[in-house]
Structures are given as structure tokens and as C-alpha cells.
Design a protein around this ligand. Structure first.
Ligand code: NAP
Length: 523
């Protein structure tokens, strides 16, 4: 990525806190430059995928070191482009470095390749059984769309990039146009790491632009083999549709909208309504609500206790969310205001609490709305994501209606249940319903804050994502960019190390259905 004095097709980051364009324009990459970046990535692929694990480990760790070495400059530029506060950005950058190191550790340990070995049985009747050996190989060039709401952790060096590189895939990133300066600095850090560990240059490229043509050209490039995306439902679906329409369709892992329903069961309301109200308001307003795990819908049974609980949430929000936070971009603010207005215009929805406008640019005023479950069932669009610090409190007449609402839910990233042990016994079926709707179920917690670790699932059925079989956070994210390949009756010296009899990498393998680190012995 270059900045230039050319005025032709320059775009500028906007400081959301002032509404002013930041100095230093960014030139949109041309179709020829996109083609060159993807071609270079493809050339790098053949070398990169054959590199021994330690070389990929060195690259991932070095990227983290380069980011750490440039921490001050990165967060300084990022805060002007996003208005995200410095402590949040420091935390997010640390998380980003930890993600890179987590994937480095995964590659170093090695078992992620999923080696499976079924030994031959030449004497088997009625037909001999062949020797079969399977492992995961990288797909090829991966196109990553940086997200606006995580300028480090889901952007140029974020989880998609880390997992694709760990898999052995070169990455071409489409930087988000809201933070081009941050993207450029992170891109330069990755370039330095690629150079330092002497990897082919095409292993990583950054493409910048502010029109959908740029991203589309990347998705449609015949040498791109998979896409990672975080953003709007409209964007994710358009990219998915385009990728499916290619002569060679490719997988798109788009993480899109989610309302993250929170169910508060009667015993929990009786026992700890104040604590839940405090936690909910913090979760709804955290980061000005700009998290895909923001709790946008809260559901409970209609009762005097629930009425008191709703009063408590409303009071807590009015007390704590007086100063609106600043949203990431004017377009995101506009979409948020439109979404809140649309919701409030539905008959049966009432606003029960709200922050106060300071007439500041890009402010995201927190709102709580309330509706009955009957209203929600009549207007299912009320369950769609409104990206920002608002939530809809829904009261159901009885257990049957609560289950009906749960059954009608579309796919979400998370669902939360606040319950006592007695609630869980009485409402056990609710958990069974929710398992089919989400990627992560929380008990007595709040959905914001996504741990980056092996067991995490950050995904869910459509429309939360375009592929419910995957996660975009945690080590499982690597399998979005690999596919299994099986070798039948291959001689030892032609097998990859991971599948050789002696197990030279010392990794866990599934031999005849049992996990072991042992060598392969004769049957
Ligand atoms: P976005 O509009 O979906 O944009 C994300 C990226 O995708 C940008 O690089 C954008 O590039 C590109 N893009 C969007 N539509 C495209 C298309 N049809 N073809 C090719 N590329 C396309 O998301 P955003 O700008 O971050 O925020 C807009 C809305 O997305 C928010 O209001 C919110 O509702 C939602 N959002 C959701 C999440 C989540 O985690 N689920 C995160 C962030 C935002 P260009 O802008 O250059 O076209």
C-alpha cells in the first residue's frame, strides 16, 4: 500500500470524534495491482506450503514482535481513525499478538494437521484393505476482509490472517476503508516480518480501497481459493453470492449479524436481578455496542418480578450511559439510528430508557426498548441485529410462548441463559432448542468478550455466518482454510512427515481409530 500526492481516486480516513477527514490520502489499488498481488501470492503458495512448521512458527511470532515494537504508533493512528479509546486499543493489540502466538504454538505442536492412518490388511476377506493416510493441506490464496469494529484483532493481522498463514495459505487482505492508516502500518509490520524470516514476498499483501469493486475483484480472482469476512449481512451475502457464482465456486467464511438473545429465567430474576441488570447494561454499552456479540435482545417471562427487573435495567442504563460513546463511522452511526427508529416505529414497541444526545459527531446513544413476545412473533424483523448500544426487552406470557420465541430464532453467534439449578430443571428444553440456533451457549454470563482459545466457537447458523461448521476465533479457525487429502498405498519415502511410519514430528495421530504418538507398526 502506498500513499500518494495524486488526487486521483484518493480516499481519506475520517476522525469519527470530529467528523473531519484526516490528513494523508490513500490511493485505491487498481485492478492490475490486485491481479499482481494475487499472482504473487499464488507463486508464494507453492514455496510457503512446503516450508517446515518451524518456519511458519517463526513468521507468526515475528509478526507479533513487529506489532509489539510499533505499539505506540499503531494505537496512536488507530485511535484517530476509530475513536476507540487507548486502553481498548492496547488490549486489542495484545490480543492480536496473542492470537498470532496461539497459532504459532498450534503449528509448533503439529497435531492440528489431523493425521489419520488406517493400516493395510492385505489378507482381509473378501477384499484386501488398502493403507490409507489422511492429513489437512492448505487451500491456496486466501482473501481476508478487515473488520471496522476490530481494527487490530479482526483486521490486517487479525485472526483470519493468523489462521490462514498458520494453515500455509498466503493472504491478500482488503483493508477496511475506515482505518487505512492503521491497516498500512500493520501491513508494513507484516512485510518486515516476511522479509526478516526470508519468506517469499507474496505470502502477504495489503489492498486498500473504498469501493466494493476492490473487494469484488479480489473475491472473483480465479487464483483466490477462500474468503474470510467480518462485517454487514449485506456485504457478507453479496460476497458469498459472488463467490458461489464463480466458474470455480469457493468457500466464504462470512461472520455477519447477530442479536445474541439473553434468556433470564424466573429463579434468576428473583435471586439476582440487580447483578444481572448491571452486567447487561455494561455488556450492551461496551464499546458503544459495536460488538457482534452485543446482547441485542433480552427475554423473560412476564411477572411482577420481571417488571421490577426491567425497571432496574432501565434505571441502570439511564444512570450509567449518560454520555454517548463515539461510533466507528458516520455510516455505522446512520445505520444504528435508522435501526433504532425502525424498531420504535413498530406498533407494540416502546422506548423505556435512553441516553442523552450531546450533539457530538458519530455519537451512539444507548437505548432500551420493550415489546411483548406476541409483538416479536408478529414482527420477526425485530430480532435482527441493530449494530450499536441498544437492546430489546421481550416478555413472554408463559413458558410455551418463551419456547415459541426460541424456536423461531434464526442463527446467532451466542445465546445466554441466566438460571438457577431449579430453573434449569424446569426449562431444560430451552437449552436443547438454543443448541440448534447458536455457536456458543453461555450460562449466567454476558456474551461480549470472546476468549481466544482452542475450545472457543465464534460462529453459528445463518444469518450469523455463511458456514455454521466453522469458527473465526480460536485454533479451530485454521480448518476454514484447509482440506483433507488421503494417500492410498503410498511408499514411506513419498509420504509427508506427518504421515510417515516413524512419526518424526512426534504428533498425535489417529491410528486405526485410536489417538497415539506411537510409530505405525505392522498389523
Ligand atoms: P461492511 O459494510 O460490510 O464492510 C466490510 C468490508 O466489506 C469493507 O471492506 C467493505 O468494503 C466490504 N464490502 C461491503 N460490501 C461489499 C460488497 N457488496 N462487495 C464487496 N465488498 C464489500 O461493514 P462495516 O463497514 O464494518 O459496517 C457496516 C455495518 O456492518 C454495521 O452497521 C453493522 O451492521 C455491520 N457490522 C457487523 C459486524 C459483525 O461483527 N457482525 C462488524 C462490523 C460491522 P468497501 O466499504 O470498500 O466497499
Amino acid at each position: 500500500m502506498k500513499t500518494t500526492n495524486d488526487t486521483e481516486n484518493l480516499f481519506y480516513a475520517i476522525n469519527p470524534a470530529t467528523g473531519e477527514a484526516l490528513p494523508g490520502g490513500f490511493r485505491e489499488h487498481t485492478a492490475a495491482e490486485i491481479d499482481a498481488a494475487v499472482q504473487e501470492a499464488e507463486q508464494a503458495f507453492e514455496i510457503f506450503r512446503r516450508e517446515p512448521p518451524q518456519r511458519k512458527v517463526a513468521l507468526l511470532r515475528r509478526i507479533g514482535e513487529e506489532l509489539e515494537a510499533n505499539r505506540a504508533a499503531l494505537v496512536a493512528v488507530c485511535t484517530t481513525e476509530t475513536a476507540l479509546p487507548l486502553p481498548r486499543l492496547h488490549g486489542e493489540l495484545t490480543r492480536t499478538i496473542n492470537q498470532l502466538n496461539l497459532f504459532a504454538g498450534l503449528v509448533e505442536e503439529g497435531s492440528w494437521v489431523g493425521a489419520r492412518i488406517d493400516r493395510a490388511q492385505p489378507q482381509r476377506q473378501p477384499a484386501p484393505k488398502p493403507d490409507l493416510r489422511q492429513w489437512q493441506i492448505p487451500l491456496g490464496v486466501v482473501c481476508v476482509f478487515g473488520a471496522s469494529n476490530f481494527p487490530f484483532a479482526f483486521s490486517v493481522a487479525g485472526g483470519d490472517t493468523a489462521s490462514a498463514l498458520a494453515a500455509g495459505c498466503p493472504v491478500v487482505v482488503k483493508g477496511h476503508p475506515a482505518h487505512p492508516g492503521t491497516s498500512a502500518l500493520v501491513g508494513q509490520a507484516i512485510d518486515r516480518a516476511v522479509q526478516a524470516v526470508e519468506m517469499p514476498k507474496g505470502v502477504f499483501s495489503l489492498i486498500q480501497g473504498h469501493s466494493t469493486d476492490v473487494g469484488m475483484a479480489m473475491v472473483m480472482h480465479p487464483l483466490v481459493k477462500a474468503v474470510g469476512f467480518t462485517g454487514s449481512t449485506g456485504g457478507g451475502k453479496a460476497i458469498f453470492a459472488a463467490a458461489s457464482s464463480r466458474p470455480e465456486p469457493i468457500p466464504v467464511y462470512a461472520e455477519m449479524g447477530s442479536t445474541n438473545p439473553v434468556f433470564i429465567l424466573p429463579g434468576a430474576i428473583k435471586e439476582k436481578s440487580e447483578q444481572i441488570a448491571q452486567g447487561l447494561v455494561s455488556s450492551i454499552t461496551l464499546g458503544t455496542g459495536q460488538f457482534c456479540t452485543n446482547p441485542g435482545m433480552v427475554l423473560a417471562l412476564d411477572s411482577p418480578e420481571t417488571a421490577r427487573f426491567i425497571g432496574e435495567i432501565a434505571g441502570t442504563l439511564e444512570k450509567n450511559a449518560t454520555t454517548p460513546g463515539i461510533m466507528l463511522t458516520p455510516a455505522i452511526q446512520q445505520a444504528y439510528n435508522d435501526g433504532v427508529l425502525r424498531m420504535q416505529q413498530v406498533k407494540g414497541v416502546s422506548k423505556i430508557a435512553g441516553g442523552v444526545s450531546r450533539n457530538a459527531p458519530c455519537e451512539g446513544i444507548a437505548y432500551l426498548m420493550q415489546a411483548s413476545a406476541a409483538t416479536l412473533l408478529r414482527h420477526p424483523a425485530l430480532a435482527e441485529e441493530v449494530f450499536g448500544p441498544s437492546s430489546l426487552l421481550v416478555t413472554a406470557e408463559d413458558k410455551a410462548q418463551l419456547y415459541q420465541v426460541a424456536e423461531r430464532l434464526e442463527g446467532h453467534l451466542t445465546a445466554t441463559v441466566h438460571a438457577t439449578p431449579a430453573d434449569l430443571e424446569e426449562y431444560g428444553e430451552l437449552v436443547k432448542i438454543l443448541e440448534r440456533k447458536v455457536g456458543r451457549l453461555l450460562f449466567n454470563g454476558f456474551p461480549t468478550g470472546v476468549e481466544v482459545s482452542p475450545a472457543m466457537v465464534h460462529g453459528g447458523p445463518f444469518p450469523a455466518t455463511t458456514d455454521s461448521r466453522s469458527t473465526s476465533v480460536g485454533t479451530g479457525a485454521i480448518y476454514r482454510f484447509t482440506r483433507p487429502v488421503c494417500y492410498q498405498d503410498f511408499p514411506e519415502n513419498a509420504l509427508p512427515d506427518a504421515l510417515k511410519d516413524e512419526n518424526p514430528l512426534g504428533i498425535w495421530r489417529l491410528i486405526d481409530g485410536a489417538f497415539t504418538k506411537d510409530r505405525v507398526s505392522a498389523v
